[in-house]
Design a protein around this ligand. Sequence first.
Ligand code: SF4
Length: 570
Amino acid sequence: MSVEIDIILLKLPNHNIDYPSLSIPTLTRALRNDGITVIQQDVNVELKDILLTQRCLEEITYEFLPAICEYFISDPEEYTRVKNMVIYLNNIDTTIGFGALESVKSQLLERKYKQIFTSTESSNNTLILFTIASLLHNVIDLAITLDELNAPIAQDNVVIRFMKDKIKSIAAINSRIVSFSVLDIQRKATLWFAKRLRKVYQGTIVVGGPDVSIFRDNFIRHYPFINVAFLKESEVSLVKFVQGVPVDTIDGVIYRDIDGTVRINEPKHEPSNSVYRPDFDGFPLDKFLLPTLPISASRGCKWAICKFCVHHQTYTSYYERTASAVVDDIEYFVQKYHTRYFHFTDDMLDITIGTAIARELIQRGLDINILTYARFQNGFTPEILDLWARGGIKVIEWGLESASPRMLKEMAKGISIEKVQTILKDSREKGILNKLMLFHNYPSETIDDFEQTVDFLEKNIEERNVRPFFTIRNKLELRLNSELDHLSQQANQTIFPKRWNTSSIFQSKIEYEDTPDYPVKLHKLEAFLGRMQHLVSSRRVFSTNDENLTLDLVVLDVSAQEDKMCIQSI
Ligand code: SF4
């Protein structure tokens, strides 16, 4: 007897494929707790798993992308961008072979890390595999964009074939509801998919996630195939909706009333109703390149005042769990999914809850490896950092942004660079791998401010206090609804020489004009990166980014037992 499915939760491209995200598995848990039947699918990882095979990489390199080049023949910028992808892939196939990449992917999925990272060839191929996984974002994006434009070239390619088959299979399940979790990088594929699903599926289509919380009623006003949008945390609102509670009585939803008028019920989330432990049952964990699992101890940001930041706006407020509940989850995942790698996805793991978790982990004797984000809070003493390290916190990504005291004050970071330096040294001494998140070009940043940041980073990389990690390449992104956005809109403000207003319904990055000295910064940045290139290759440090965020955990873990490592983290 087939079971009627209430809801299918989908995650569309694009996203990284080193480990899963929390969003859908957490909602799955909330729904299943209430007896709702759920299917959860990560379409992104399923598609990329197929694309990262010899057969598909050959189709992309020798058929799909060359045809797109021809399509863009009169658009030099697009033509060059696509042509460069072809050249890169062609070069990889000629020198390494797509078959070798498929082999190393199999090794990663079989979790044979010692075998991989003690072989120069396998280590290099692993890094190339992650680079190609990142390049696939562009391939998928091109396929979807051109299909939406009805370009003949897009009619038959591996991406569109897979996506169309997926639409058919989702429609065939005939659940009452299909739900999409949306980040900005997933919006294009989600809208493409939902529009085509609508033609073959009679049920209700809903969307939620950070992108929906930012662009709110735009999803309902502009896309008639979407029935309801969920704002902020939707564990409670989505459960009520699936249970059949009238939508006009649910908080945190946007819908059309009987007259077609768009109505917005603002969210009123009650943290005590939050569900945290994700449920990965039915999720394709075996297709992710690393065995890391995400977990969270809190939602929102306890600080939440950095002027450029909008991360904390994803949730209604800041709230956190107890340390024992968090460690219960870790213990459960270790037993159930046989992993020892975790990523705390909290905006920043606050020192108090982080320390309590570390104590609990030590007390329970769990041998695990954690990567977390943190802020340079004043309470980070050598003793606290020692606890964090012994608890299994192996990698910390610290949000520093700039090493100029004046800039830190301007941004409202609430930290002093002297304290930052002390924490970094202490942390490294305790065995934690430090990474610094930085960017350049905050308003009023002078060449001198910029050089202070470069010098600070260079010194700490040379002294091995921090891992080579070059987010300083990133230029300030002026985000819609950040405090900086609001300030720069006020009359008489000269924060930017000029700023433009948003020109599309989904524009979250606001364009601004650089100051005349910006080319000097770029020149200095290039010189710094050139110096670092030499250092990184002499130390055999691998490059890390969003695509392989938790690879450090695995490499550090293997290198603790193996001295013939072919790549290093620091
Ligand atoms: S940058 Fe980090 S610490 Fe600052 S408000 Fe955003 S999440 Fe919080």
